[in-house]
Design a protein. Structure first.
Length: 276
């Protein structure tokens, strides 16, 4: 299996309409039982099954004891062998145990609140990747951010996004049918305070002081003071030069905000993971 095919399984499988069908029906889908229409419309069949020569295989969604989706099992064989029917019956007995093992995976709970991966398909009718770690980032507006980045940036690219009192590093990579986004809460080390970074983001979007005041819910005079500090700290002669600093570090702005939860500063030196 090639690296591209591995990436497809990890990041694009969940956008396949065949996967959506399997998840909606809750049934075990065997390759031999696919209709011609299902085979022709399935990106998994085109990208994995046919190039690798699988003659039989299955896709089965795995669910926890509470009914929560935790992953998907894919198996394939390149040569039909005697006894495969009996093997199918045995596999059916293992699904619950496999789901329990996936759900109890080591370190998942500790890491997923600050790091997750999602795949945003180009087509709106395709299902976005939902893995156990992404549940902690479900409020993060990744679809809007990816849409803007695809329109305005050359990918791959890395964005620094302020969101609900955190700084989220978003690494974007284009794949065949959409965009892979690796999101991680980091501590961005730089000369500006958190509020100054918010002001800078709005300056980079061409906002006036009055507009920034309304968006951030602070007085226009406070905006002016923040701008003075930004220009001084960055040794920038004007607003355009300050905005260029934000563009250089890939700074972007999440479309939804929770201003009441903002606190603290973004410190000075380098980018590090932060335990939350």
């Amino acid at each position: 299996m090639s690296p591209l095919q591995g990436d497809f399984i990890r990041y694009q499988l969940h956008s396949d309409p065949l996967f959506s069908f399997v998840r909606q029906t809750g049934r075990t889908q065997w390759l031999s039982s696919l209709t011609g229409e299902q085979r022709s419309s399935s990106s998994t069949v085109r990208s994995i099954v046919e190039p690798l020569g699988y003659e039989e295989g299955l896709t089965q969604c795995l669910y926890s004891s509470e009914g929560r989706y935790v992953g998907v099992l894919n198996l394939g064989v390149r040569r039909l062998v005697p006894g495969l029917t009996d093997a199918k019956r045995v596999l059916a007995l293992l699904f619950d145990s496999l789901a329990a093992a996936v759900e109890a995976g080591p370190g998942a709970e500790a890491d997923s609140s600050r790091e997750w991966v999602t795949f945003v398909p180009d087509r709106a009718d395709r299902q976005r990747l939902h893995d156990p770690s992404y549940v902690h980032g479900r409020d993060f507006p990744i679809v809007e951010l990816v849409g803007k980045a695809v329109r305005t940036r050359r990918l791959p690219a890395t964005l620094m996004v302020p969101f609900q009192g955190k700084c989220v590093e978003v690494r974007l990579q284009r794949l065949e049918e959409g965009t892979r986004a690796h999101c991680q809460v980091v501590e961005f080390d730089g000369p500006l305070s958190w509020r100054e970074m918010e002001v800078l983001a709005e300056v980079a979007r061409g906002r006036t002081n009055d507009e920034i005041s309304a968006i951030l819910r602070i007085a226009p005079r406070t905006v002016a003071t923040h701008l003075e500090h930004i220009l001084a700290k960055l040794d920038a002669p004007n607003r355009a030069a300050a905005a260029a600093y934000g563009a250089a570090i890939g700074f972007d702005l999440a479309p939804t905000y929770d201003y009441a939860s903002r606190a603290g500063r973004i410190g000075g030196g380098r980018t590090q993971k932060r335990e939350l």
